[in-house]
Design a protein around this ligand. Structure first.
Ligand code: G6P
Length: 775
């Protein structure tokens, strides 16, 4: 850097000096030319005024008269000398510096004689400079002599010198100014951003990403953004590869096998060969959103993207989803497709557009006001409208047709349909493409047959679902409820031993696959110790609370949820209130940070919940808060994964108190984040996660006093016990991570078809109807 700076300075000095000297040289030349012209003009005028008298004297031919006239006229004006020559160049008379006239070459006189007109010549010796102006003298038409006027021209050289002197200081000032400004610019716009950029890369390389809050240098680094993106992607890939290698090595050492994104990709390539994979979900993996004048590509916070992306990348698959971003249309081609991930495009995203009526009937209405409360026993009454149902059917067909369109030309495709938004799609796809292996994963609970029975279209929904070859739920209870519902509603044969349902000759396997999160064991969103310039997570959180919310506390509890009535947020707040009542010791000591992401806000029950949460927070805070403390800090907005991860790592206890939940990934994310093997998880027993995480403090969220006691127990728990529980739960999440979830589903889907390969091949040749009969 030092050498670079020296070279830059030298180059600048040289460059600026050369340019300035060059420009001064031409200035001087022009000035000199003007001064000479001016002198010549003045001398010619003088000559013209003297000429008649001199001519008269010369015409008289008397040497004494000539000498007297010359002597008389000489001091006239500023002329240096005056002389008269005969036409053959002999000096007849002179006045002024005699030695100079002796020095003068006769050339000027001769030229003037020859040409018969005035001739000017600039001459000089070591000291002086002069102008010789030779003017022919006439007698009538005859030339009878030459008059020479000598003018002093030394002032021209003096002027030149003065100009050079003045320019020297100007050039020096220029050099200093330009070098200074350039150095400052280099420092501001290059050196500083480059140093920060290098620091960012160093942090990436060493696994400590840039601190988000404070010191945001994004504007300063904006011109480096394209380069930064490329290099960061590269650095992240390297980091991920290193983390995967470390984890593999660690697990090999422990005699275990961890599923990683890379292993999942290899698995998919080996198992599915040339088969392409098609995913259908309502939420898309990338959204283009208008923010001010810019369009930003965002990844909606979703565990699904993490699991599905490596699968699609491995086989260049297609993800079909609702284009719900405000600027989604601007990012697609004429077939409504785009390549993603944006930084490293490996698969296609096909966006499907919905009108506001479709969105309202299918998404807000049937899916979220009907099926969602139907499947979650949270005592919010489902609403079933015939118009919503009609819309749901139409939209299912629309999405299924989009998938079928994408599948054209792909042999043996695999279709992974996601969630309750698309209960009818499996049947539509399977009917049109019997050679496809179709799976639907139901991400929410399946209630008992009595509860499900209130849906007027339960038979149609089941019929649609049973078009799939594989139906996945999170836990055995949901699978059992589903099979019981099929038994009760349809004429179908269910087999509890093999976990299948046969309807109209088609066999569906029904199995639990507990979804999970990424667990890489590395401090992915790490916030190192104070030694490397960062606050440790807990200190950071306490500082943030104090700065942003004016809250000081000793203990931190955390809730992270979508603002959804199934999450038991109000019940959690009531539990906190009960704790502060029964154990006043926690007053001014414990604060609950509740991160609540607004969700489905057009639906009245969600708007109502938001109001109730805010009211309860305000009431509890008003009841207990003091000058520097309050029991609840509500952060009601979308928060980034990094932000949430920071809170996970900082708190003493995480509260997951869902009234009913298919799985609940917050519980697992919290465990994955706690690489310090500390922290307590209070978990509702009505979540799917409770089946696996037996070392959490399991609670009934409706029993607010019991939840209060669990919080108390968690905060009082000795470090050794916290560690043992945390280690066991982390091991569970590590072994059963999200990649394993995807791999299990894909393996079963592949094996299922392989059993019937012959029949399917025969059926494919014979056409769809025969396949159904044979299967
Ligand atoms: C649940 C569902 C998902 C859904 C998510 C967010 O987890 O199972 O399918 O994507 O909630 O809800 P949203 O309506 O915003 O997609």
């Amino acid at each position: 850097m030092q050498l670079f700076r020296m070279r830059l300075i030298l180059a600048l000095i040289l460059g600026v000096t050369l340019v300035s000297v060059g420009s001064t040289y031409f200035d001087v030349l022009a000035h000199k030319h003007t001064m000479r012209q001016d002198l010549e003009r003045r001398t010619a005028l003088l000559g013209a005024s003297l000429q008649p008298e001199i001519e008269a004297a010369v015409n008289g031919s008397r040497a004494d008269v000539i000498a007297a006239t010359v002597a008389r006229l000489h001091p006239f004006d500023e002329a240096l000398g005056l002389a008269v020559y005969s036409p053959d160049g002999r000096l007849l008379a002179s006045a002024g510096p005699q030695n100079l006239f002796n020095l003068l070459p006769p050339v000027t006189v001769k030229r003037a004689t020859r040409r018969g007109e005035s001739v000017a010549y600039f001459g000089h010796d070591g000291v002086r400079q002069w102008l010789e102006e030779a003017i022919p003298l006439h007698a009538g038409t005859n030339l009878n002599g030459v008059m020479v006027i000598l003018q002093d021209a030394s002032f021209i050289r003096a002027e030149d010198l003065a100009v050079w002197q003045r320019s020297f200081w100007r050039i020096a000032a220029f050099v200093v100014l330009i070098v200074g400004v350039t150095l400052l610019m280099v420092r501001w716009f290059l050196t500083r951003p480059m140093t920060r950029f290098a620091e960012r890369l160093r942090r990436l390389r060493t696994g400590r990403p840039t601190v988000v809050s404070g010191g945001d240098n994004s504007a300063e680094l904006s011109f480096l953004t394209p380069l930064a993106r490329e290099v960061e992607t590269l650095a992240e890939s390297l980091m991920e590869a290193r983390a995967a290698a470390q984890t593999e090595a660690r697990l090999r050492d422990a005699g275990e096998h961890l599923w990683t994104a890379e292993r999942l990709a290899v698995h998919v390539r080996e198992r599915f060969g040339s088969s392409r994979i098609f995913v259908l979900s309502n939420r898309e993996p990338y959204m283009h959103v208008r923010k001010g004048r810019e369009t930003v590509c965002e990844v909606p916070p979703s565990g699904l993207v993490t699991a599905i992306e490596p699968v699609l990348c491995a086989c260049d698959g297609v993800w079909v989803a609702h284009g719900s971003g405000s600027d989604d249309r601007s990012a697609v081609d004429e077939f409504d497709r785009l390549r993603v991930p944006p930084d490293d495009p490996r698969y296609s995203l096909r966006r499907v557009w919905l009108s506001s009526e479709e969105e309202s009937g299918y998404y807000d209405g049937f899916a979220n006001e009907g099926l969602w409360p139907l499947c979650h026993i949270a005592h919010t009454r489902p609403i079933f409208r015939a118009t919503d149902w009609a819309c749901y059917q139409r939209v299912n067909e629309k999405f299924a047709n989009a998938v079928l369109h994408e599948m054209e030309g792909s042999a043996n495709p695999v279709v992974l349909i996601q969630d309750y938004h698309f209960a009818l799609a499996p049947r539509i796809v399977k009917d049109a493409r019997p050679d496809a292996r179709v799976c639907i994963f139901w991400h929410i609970p399946w209630p008992n047959p009595e509860a499900f029975g209130i849906c007027p279209w339960q038979a149609e929904l089941l019929e649609g679902l049973l078009g799939a070859d594989l139906i996945g739920f999170h836990i055995p209870l949901h699978r059992n409820n589903f099979l019981s519902t099929v038994d009760r509603v349809l004429e179908a044969r269910t087999d509890r031993e093999h976990m299948t349902a046969r309807r109209g000759g088609h066999l569906s396997i029904v199995k639990p696959y507990p979804i999970s999160v990424v667990f890489d064991g590395a401090i992915r969103h790490g916030y190192g110790s104070g030694a490397d310039g960062f606050d440790p997570p807990a200190e950071f959180a306490h500082k943030l609370l104090l700065e942003e919310h004016g809250v000081r506390c000793d203990y931190l509890a955390l809730g992270v949820d979508r603002l959804d009535y199934t999450k038991g947020i109000v019940e959690r707040l009531l539990a906190l209130e009960s704790l502060l009542e029964k154990h006043p010791w926690y007053r001014e000591k414990l604060t609950l940070v509740q991160i609540a992401a607004p969700s489905r806000t057009r639906i009245p029950s969600y708007a109502d919940l938001s109001r109730r949460v805010e009211e309860t927070v305000n009431r509890v805070n008003a009841r207990f808060q003091t000058a520097r403390w309050k029991p609840v800090v509500l952060i009601e907005r979308q928060s980034s994964h990094q932000e949430v991860n920071r809170w996970y790592r900082a708190v003493d206890l995480c509260l997951v108190t869902s009234l009913h939940d298919g799985m609940n990934l917050v519980a697992k994310e919290y465990l994955a984040a706690r690489d310090d093997e500390d922290g307590v998880l209070v978990l509702s027993k009505f979540t799917g996660a409770a089946v696996e995480l037996r070392d959490a403090l399991l609670v009934n969220p409706y029993d607010v006093d019991a939840v209060a006691e669990a919080i108390h127990q968690g905060l009082e728990m000795p470090r050794a016990e916290r560690r043992i529980r945390m280690q066991r739960m982390r091991r569970q999440v590590m072994e059963y991570n999200v990649y394993r979830w995807a791999a299990s589903i894909l393996t079963d889907l592949r094996d299922l078809r392989m059993e019937n390969e012959e029949l399917v091949t025969a059926g494919r040749a014979a056409g769809p109807a025969m396949v159904r009969k044979l299967a």
